[in-house]
Every structure is written in C-alpha cells, then in structure tokens.
Design a protein around this ligand. Structure first.
Ligand code: PMT
Length: 224
C-alpha cells in the first residue's frame, strides 16, 4: 500500500524543457515531453505527498489534480524552484534545462539578411547546482541525460550538484530518454551505483525512485 509513503511531505518536481527566446517568434529548446517529470509528480501524489509541478515546454498531458506552475525560460524555472525550496522535503529535477540562452532577446522579429547569422549564447545558471548549494534538509534528486560514459558523467554531476540521488538515462538506448513512455535508468548515490533498472514505463521508474527516496529519508531521520 503506497498511499501513506509520502503523506505529509512536500514534493516539487520539474518537468519538460526550458525555452530560450531568440525573438518573439523563435526560440531554442529541446525534446523533453514532460512525461518523466509528470510520472514522478503523479507517483508522489498517489503516495500522499503535497506535490508542486514546475513545468516548462511539454508535449504530453500533465497529470490531473496536481498544482502546476508554468514557466518558460531557465531563469523563470530557477526563480520558481528557489522561491519554494525552503518549504520542500523533496525536489526532483527531471526537466531538461537549456544550458545556454541567446545573449539578447530581440523585441521585434529578426529580419533575414544576405550574410550568415551568428547567434551568440551565454551560459544559463544551473538550477540543480544552485539548489544543491542552498539545501538544508531537502532530499534532492537530479537527472542526467547522457550519450556516453554514463557512470562517470553521472557521478560527477551528482557530486558537483550536491544531489542525494541521481538518475541517469542513456538517451541513445532504445526505450530510454526523451519522448518515450518508457525509460532505462541507472540510479546513483554518493558512493556509486545503487540500482540499474531494466526498461520499464516512466510510471514504474517514478515509483521505484520514490520508494528508494522514502527509504533513504527514513534512514536519514533515524541518523539525526
Ligand atoms: O520529458 P521526457 O520526454 O519524458 O524525457 C525525460 C528526460 C530525458 C528529459 C529526463 O529523463 C532527463 O534526463 N532529464 C534531465 C535532462 C538534462 O537536462 O540532463 P543534464 O544532464 O543536461 O542535466 C543534469 C541535471 O541538471 C538535470 O537534473 C537538469 O535538470 C539539471 N540542470 C541542468 C542544466 C541547468 N542549467 N540547470 C539544471 O538544473
């Protein structure tokens, strides 16, 4: 019976891709559908949590009955997450965040010219790293979309961004990553690989991940 597992806990989940405007009609984004984050928000809700879903650009339907906050840019997602961080028990960063944004957002549609166009980009803040450095008692779960060296890159992200768990998906694998209803994930903590799950629905991945989270939060409470 899952219904009580997260009762009384506040969970924030980010889903979808952030959007960085070039001008009023053009933007940079990525292929995130929101499905992974939606599955986590729904699973947390079914476990009794008070869930807030911060969503960027998505193509799937968000779960019903969950508080949602819509954002567009990485900066807006950062602000939405940071503003709520203090009150949260768990934060799950399943969103695919744009690492760069155009230096300028043109107020008018950019006109086509004869010569080539160079779009200059600046680095965005890293939301996960920011909240990782601010965290007090929150249990923070990061994601990593990788195409190679998955263990090495995932563990590096977990440490750099100060997460409690990191979920890596090799997005080149069949049935994994962007847009699909399934995923293939490897879950890490500070000491290494915790679980390598076979291909399963994003809903099942979400449930497994939250069960691990509940177990770890219980251990943490006992240790204090
Ligand atoms: O939405 P779906 O179609 O279901 O696809 C799911 C998914 C592939 C998007 C999801 O499973 C996933 O892997 N999400 C993270 C994608 C990503 O941005 O990975 P990354 O390795 O670039 O970033 C690592 C972590 O840092 C992520 O938790 C990301 O949210 C966070 N990050 C990254 C950059 C940035 N500027 N700020 C961040 O917070």
């Amino acid at each position: 019976n899952d219904q009580e597992l997260l009762r009384g806990k506040k969970v924030l989940v980010t889903a979808g891709g952030t959007v960085e405007r070039i001008d009023p009609v053009r933007y940079l984004t990525n292929d995130s559908s929101g499905k992974m984050g939606f599955a986590i928000a729904e699973a947390a809700h079914l476990m009794g949590a008070d869930v807030t879903l911060v969503m960027g650009k998505t193509s799937a339907m968000p779960p019903e009955g969950i508080r949602t906050v819509k954002v567009e840019s990485t900066q807006q997602m950062l602000d939405a997450v940071v503003a709520r961080l203090r009150e949260m028990d768990v934060v799950v960063k399943a969103a695919a965040v744009a690492d760069y944004r155009p230096v300028e957002q043109a107020e008018q549609k950019i006109k086509k010219k004869e010569e080539a166009m160079i779009l200059q980009l600046v680095k965005n803040p890293d939301i996960l790293q920011t909240i990782g450095s601010m965290k007090t008692s929150q249990f923070i779960i990061g994601f990593a979309a990788e195409t190679e060296n998955i263990d090495e890159y995932a563990l590096d992200k977990l440490k750099r961004k100060n997460c409690d768990l990191l979920v890596a998906n090799d997005v080149t694998q069949e049935g994994a990553g962007f847009g699909t209803d399934t995923n293939v994930v490897r879950i890490y903590d500070g000491s290494g690989l915790v679980e390598a799950l076979p291909v399963m629905t994003k809903r099942e991945v979400a449930r497994q991940l939250l069960i691990l989270t509940v177990q770890r939060m219980k251990k943490g409470e006992r240790a204090n």
